[in-house]
Structure formats: C-alpha cells, structure tokens
Design a protein around this ligand. Structure first.
Ligand SMILES: [Zn+2]
Length: 161
C-alpha cells in the first residue's frame, strides 16, 4: 500500500488534504486545552496556512496576513504591537500583489507536531516547524519585512522614534 500524502504540504496522512486537516484539528484541540500553548498556537496557525496556500492564502491579503504574521512570530518574537499593526494595515485598503507560491514549502508538517506529548514539546516542535517553513519562503523574507514596515508606518504615522 502506498502512503497517501497531503497534496499541499506533503504530510504522510491517509485521506490526503482531509487527513491533514484532521491532524491539524487534533493538534489544535490539544493546544487549546493548555494555556501555555497559546502563543505557539498563533504561530502554528500561520505556519499551517503558509503550507496550505491554495486553501488559506487565496487572496493577496490573506497571503500577506499569514506571511507577515509568521515573520512576526519568529523574527519579531511575537510582538503584540507588530501583530496589531498588521491587522490594522490589512483592515484597510491595501494595494499589494500576491507573489508566486514556492513549490517547496518545508520538510516538516503537522504530522511532526502530532508527536508532541506535552505542552513543552508542542511549543518546541511548533517553533521548529515554523522556522522550517519560514526558511522555505526565504525568497520572500524581504517582501515580508517590507510589508511589516508598511504596516507599522500606517499604524503609527506620527511616531518619532
Ligand atoms: Zn497538509
């Protein structure tokens, strides 16, 4: 029997994309029952979405939201101010273009996160997964920084710092 894979992220799951979604929901349920997982939960969501862009990043706005939030979670240490600026920026009218999606979107998948046996392991695995996917988007790091700069500029137009 050949192992089925999710067509979007390549996770070895039976049921393809549906199986992948199921794994995602299971892991999410575990994370929701532990408050210490809350920051990693946001990071996990953006990582999962960037690995499944056909479903979660159809519009330029949703693409920008998940790419910049993934960047914020890793590079800006999950700064609440940056998350808020991104949200505010994308609530308005933004003239942005969605870049081409890379074919390789990381070697880790939700299946790796399923191995977490406790909250500490969950947080560590999500971080490794997010970094793995962020690296796969290396060509778009500059774009993510640029978008975050635009978001911050718009959120704090009079900031003198
Ligand atoms: Zn998948």
């Amino acid at each position: 029997m050949t192992q089925e894979r999710c067509p979007e992220c390549g996770a070895p799951v039976s049921g393809g994309f549906d199986g992948c979604q199921e794994a995602w929901e299971q892991v999410g349920a575990l994370a929701y029952s532990h408050p210490e997982c809350s920051a990693a939960r946001d990071l996990a969501l953006d990582t999962y979405c960037m690995q499944h862009p056909a479903r979660y990043c159809r519009s330029a706005k949703s693409y920008a939201a998940h790419l910049t939030r993934l960047c914020c979670g890793l590079v800006y240490d999950g700064s609440p101010g940056v998350y808020a600026a991104i949200q505010q920026w994308l609530d308005g009218v933004v003239a942005i273009r969605k870049p081409d999606v890379p074919n390789n979107r990381g070697s880790m998948t939700i299946v790796d996160i399923c191995a977490a046996g406790n909250p500490v392991e969950y947080v560590g695995l999500v971080r490794a997964w997010a970094e793995n996917v962020w690296e796969a988007y290396a060509d778009q790091h500059d774009l993510a920084y640029w978008w975050i700069m635009l978001a911050q500029k718009q959120a704090n137009p009079r900031q003198r710092k």
